[in-house]
Design a protein around this ligand. Structure first.
Ligand code: TXA
Ligand code: MG
Length: 332
């Protein structure tokens, strides 16, 4: 057995005992618990500080394990799973009767995803070999805060309170999975991600239902979410430059995440990080960049609006929520 195999089997054993293990996925790091263990799930909600009516995603090793969680697989789910799993897509499906209310928020649906990170798959397979057919894994951050994209982010947030933190390097996608509800008549995106709504619609060869603002079931759907402690402002290029200049002249320190040409026009006193100009690279570094800027103790973080377009929708969503929730108390 390699060192990696030993870590995976120790993590699977801990999960089977009802303990919590953080693990990498291609989107963000998850805080894992046995999805069929009520006590483990209670421990998970307590560790995250998450309200108990917010449902979580069940992670499975492969498509065949879906049968343990759902009572039917709608045709749209089959199409999307075949095209996008393993990968950054979560499907909301009609739940099987034995699925715990504590993971669905008492709803008649359950959210399931099959991640592509090799460490996640190895862990989920090791759990399945022990009769544990899925792990719930919310992002491994405290409720309302920025999701972790490295093992170090998880350790900084939870310290020694977890049985284990598996290190799979920086996450490749960088923001949470796209959530698609396929439980109703017309599929609907509940949370945008790097798998765009356009791509989902073209795979299904049908228009999607409009996002329903009244649907309360996505915790990332709360306006204040993914928030740094430092107030964050989303501005256009000229707005970033003007605001940075005004704050510096008042003697404040300011942090800026913007494209290279905007940064080139700023005074030397700003703390800056260059924004990638392709959506995949922007998303991959987004949370780490915001964490870095948040740690500098500046009076504000200024972020230049990324370009418009469907490939940027997940990024706009997270930045808007970060701007809405920034600077609020931890419970946000
Ligand atoms: O990429 C991801 O999805 C990451 C990684 C770790 O897999 N996980 C993640 O989990 O983002 P979490 O718990 O932070 O977000 C789960 C989202 C929540 O917004 C929740 O409301 C929604 O999934 N959700 C879970 N079950 C649902 C259901 N039955 N109906 C609608 N939304 C649901
Ligand atoms: Mg989360």
């Amino acid at each position: 057995m390699t060192q990696h195999d030993l870590l995976i089997s120790a993590a699977a054993e801990a999960l089977c005992r009802g303990e919590l293990v953080a693990f990498p996925t291609e989107t963000v790091y998850g805080l894992g618990a046995n999805a069929a263990d009520e006590a483990a799930i209670a421990r998970l909600y307590a560790a995250k500080g998450r309200p108990t009516n917010h449902p979580v995603i069940v992670h499975i090793a492969r498509f065949e394990h879906l049968q343990h969680w759902v009572r039917e697989i709608p045709p749209a789910a089959g199409v999307l799973a075949a095209a996008c799993w393993p990968g950054p897509l979560t499907l909301v499906l009609p739940r099987a009767p034995q699925v715990l209310d504590s993971i669905t928020g008492g709803q008649d649906t359950v959210a399931v995803r099959c991640p592509s990170h090799p460490t996640a798959i190895a862990l989920l397979e090791a759990c399945a070999a022990r009769g544990v057919w899925g792990l719930v894994a919310p992002s491994a951050n405290r409720f309302g805060r920025i999701s972790p994209t490295t093992a170090a982010h998880v350790t900084a947030e939870f310290g020694a309170t977890l049985a284990q933190v598996l290190d799979g390097g920086p996450c490749a996608v960088g923001i949470e999975s796209t959530i698609v509800d396929v439980s109703g008549a017309t599929p609907r995106v509940l949370r945008p991600g790097m798998l765009s709504a356009d791509r989902i619609a073209s795979l299904l060869a049908t228009p999607l239902a409009a996002a329903d603002a009244a649907a309360p079931r996505v915790s990332g759907g709360l306006t204040a979410h993914y928030a740094p402690r430092t107030p964050l402002q989303l501005l256009d290029a000229a707005g970033c430059a003007a605001r940075a200049d005004a704050l510096i002249r008042l003697g404040h320190r300011v942090a800026v995440l913007a494209s290279a040409h905007v940064l080139a026009g700023l005074g030397k006193d700003c703390e800056t990080l260059p924004a990638a100009d392709a959506p995949a690279a922007y998303a991959q570094t987004l949370y780490a960049n915001v964490r870095t800027l948040d740690a500098l103790g500046c009076v504000e973080i200024l972020v230049e609006h990324p370009p418009p377009g469907p490939d940027w929708a997940g990024i706009h969503d997270r930045l808007n929520r970060a701007a809405a929730g920034a600077g609020q108390a931890d419970a946000g």
